[in-house]
Design a protein around this ligand. Structure first.
Ligand code: F6R
Length: 608
């Protein structure tokens, strides 16, 4: 989503603000802007497009200032344009940057219009600047103004603001949208993502909902939701910008695909021992909780939801547990029935997805046994607010299309499945077998990465098409869904996924020579049925591409077949994901799209 950064130091902060924006650009990239306090005036520069454009403007205009705020945007209210880019300004005095959504903006805007304020953008954010200006004109100091503003706003927001008449401070306000302070000897900083402050500091203070703060180069003061002075804990996080480089790869997505063997090793590290999963890997007391679980409710979005769908099969097959699974954006609005001893399981790479976080907060008010999250960002709201956490430890994922986050989520979900089975005293031999297979998995993934030359040949054919169908059966249906999501989001080819048996109930009508069909065909008990489904496609002239070794008898040309290394059947969904990721990447490369920052998308969707 959008990214916010603010800084106060003894030197000019323009450069470090832009560097911070670059590090957050993966969160939103349709426009960017900066406001720098130059004592007599505030330099205000904005540009449509990526941070590079803003940087060129800054190189030309050379603004200087020891206090500043900056923003990279992913449009919600109002199209991407220079007027809608942040910072927004009121009366050339108050400048603000905002992440989130102000839900009561129509009513507040109306009040401000009546007071004579003119709006120059279509955003819900601009009113924040005008409302602050109004309070300042009424005689408030900025800290008081921002506290009064907080009482008026409904929705999710992280805001940073500066005032022309105050050259030594910036101001912050947070509700349901991430915002943290960074402190160092050379100055004070704030950002919506600790990565933005990599190399500036490793000491962070997380603001809480309802907090406002006044920050200078030397100190900060936080007031909590009751307007009381708050002392918040300092958290040390080592964020190095090295982890944020492409390390010789063409794109972050490519790098992240190739990091998967190491990322999976990191997910497993310290969590398995001998022939079983270790105790309490989700936190002290988690085993006791797991032994009481009778049902699981999964809530997640996008790729993380696909991981949940695979896991639901595992929970049932290995731990004898039923699972209900919902889109995070739907869950709260269906008045969910909560059965006795149900565990709420959220899955999220970022840990900041507004719908998933909203679901957790909603569930905490309901009668769940407890909440557990599988998450990649240790400092995220989801990780901090859940009762128990298993971090995937995949390292920062910058490419908007999720890759290593997905395969490590699946690995973590298998650890959860084994822990549940263990807590329920089920399947000890099977657990031992799967633990062995998990140890071998990184090596299998490395082997599957070597299939790239073959996949490139297939990519050349798919890149010419406008549509694609992905087919899988059973536990491979969510993997087919994930393959289709990857292809559409980075290559803009329309793609859909079906359980192969559903084909003849409608989608078969789409099959002709222009419709590539990518089928996942592992050697399993469904293989024969799947082959029959694929024969139906062939008979209608569809162009088949098969991933897996069950299709050897289909007389497909060798170039249309991708055979994967042998692997324990229960882990094959993880392995089969890799060629699909490479396929999407190679197709997108051929089509010349913006792979790491596909159009209209953003990493970490912090609005509902
Ligand atoms: C797709 C993708 C998204 C995310 C979704 C949830 O490649 O990355 O579908 O999976 O926005 O995000 P998290 O996992 O951060 O909650």
């Amino acid at each position: 989503m959008c990214g916010i950064i603010a800084a106060a130091t003894e030197k000019s902060v323009g450069k470090l603000l832009v560097q911070g924006l670059y590090k957050m650009e993966y969160r939103g990239y349709d426009s960017a802007g900066v406001a720098l306090h130059q004592i007599d005036d505030i330099a205000h520069l904005r540009s449509l497009g990526k941070v590079k454009k803003l940087e060129s403007k800054m190189v030309k205009e050379k603004p200087k200032g020891k206090i500043g705020i900056a923003h990279t945007r992913w449009a919600t209210h109002g199209k991407p344009s220079e007027e809608n880019a942040h910072p927004h300004v009121s009366n050339n005095r108050v400048f603000i940057v905002h992440n989130g959504i102000i839900e009561n903006y129509v009513a507040l805007k109306e009040q401000l219009l009546k007071k004579g304020y003119k709006f120059n953008s279509q955003t819900d954010s601009e009113l924040i600047a005008h409302q602050l200006d109004f309070f300042l004109n009424q005689g408030s100091e900025m800290l008081e103004a921002i506290s009064l503003l907080k009482e008026k706003l409904e929705g999710a927001y992280a805001v940073a603001a500066i005032d022309l008449k105050n050259e030594s401070h910036f101001y912050l306000m947070r509700n349901k949208s991430p915002l943290l302070l960074g402190q160092s000897d050379s100055g004070m900083f704030a950002a919506s993502d600790p990565l933005a402050l990599a190399d500036l500091t490793n000491e962070f203070v997380f603001l809480e909902d309802g907090d406002v703060a006044e920050v200078s180069a030397k100190e900060y003061k936080i007031l909590d939701k009751n307007q009381k002075r708050a002392i918040r804990k300092i958290t040390t996080i080592d964020v190095s910008s090295e982890a944020m480089g492409k390390n010789g790869y063409r794109h972050f997505m490519e790098k992240e695909i190739y990091e998967q063997p190491t990322a999976i090793l990191n997910t497993l590290d310290g969590r398995i021992g001998g022939e079983d999963v270790l105790e309490n890997i989700f936190g002290e007391g988690s085993n006791k909780l797991l032994s009481k679980v009778e049902r699981i409710q999964i809530v997640a979005a996008g790729t993380s939801l696909h991981a949940g769908r695979v896991a639901a099969n595992w929970f049932s097959a290995i731990a004898n547990l039923p699972t209900q699974i919902d889109y995070a954006s739907e869950y709260r609005y269906k008045n969910p029935y909560v059965d006795k001893n149900t565990l709420l399981l959220t899955i999220s790479q970022s840990g900041e997805t507004a719908d998933t976080l909203g679901a957790l907060r909603y569930a905490k008010e309901r009668d769940y046994l407890g909440s557990l999250t599988i998450c990649n960002v240790p400092t995220s709201s989801l990780a901090r607010e859940s009762d128990f956490v298993l971090l995937t430890n995949a390292g920062p994922e910058i490419g908007v299309a999720s890759t290593k986050a997905f395969t490590t989520q699946l690995t973590a979900l298998m650890l959860l499945t084994l822990s549940l089975a263990k807590a329920r005293k089920l399947n000890p031999r099977l657990r031992g077998r799967v633990v062995g297979a998990l140890r071998a998995l990184p090596e299998k993934i490395t082997e599957s990465l070597e299939l790239k030359p073959k996949i490139i040949k297939i990519a050349k054919e798919i890149a010419k098409k406008d549509n694609a169908l992905f087919l899988g059966r059973g536990i491979f249906y969510p993997i087919a869904q994930e393959g289709s999501l990857k292809l559409k989001e980075i290559s803009y080819i329309h793609a859909e996924a079906y359980p192969a048996g559903e084909l003849k109930h409608g989608p078969l009508a789409l099959i002709d020579k222009n419709m590539p069909v990518i089928a996942l065909a592992p050697e399993n008990e469904l293989a024969e049925k799947l082959i029959s489904n694929l024969e139906e496609v062939k008979a209608r002239g569809g162009k088949l591409f098969v991933v897996g070794n069950a299709a050897g008898n289909m007389k497909l040309k060798a170039k249309n077949l991708i055979n994967l290394p042998e692997c324990d059947f229960l882990l094959t969904p993880i392995l089969y994901t890799v060629p699909l990721q490479i396929l999407s990447y190679e197709v997108a490369l051929l089509r010349g799209t913006d792979i790491d920052q596909p159009r209209n998308l953003a990493k970490s969707v912090t609005v509902e």
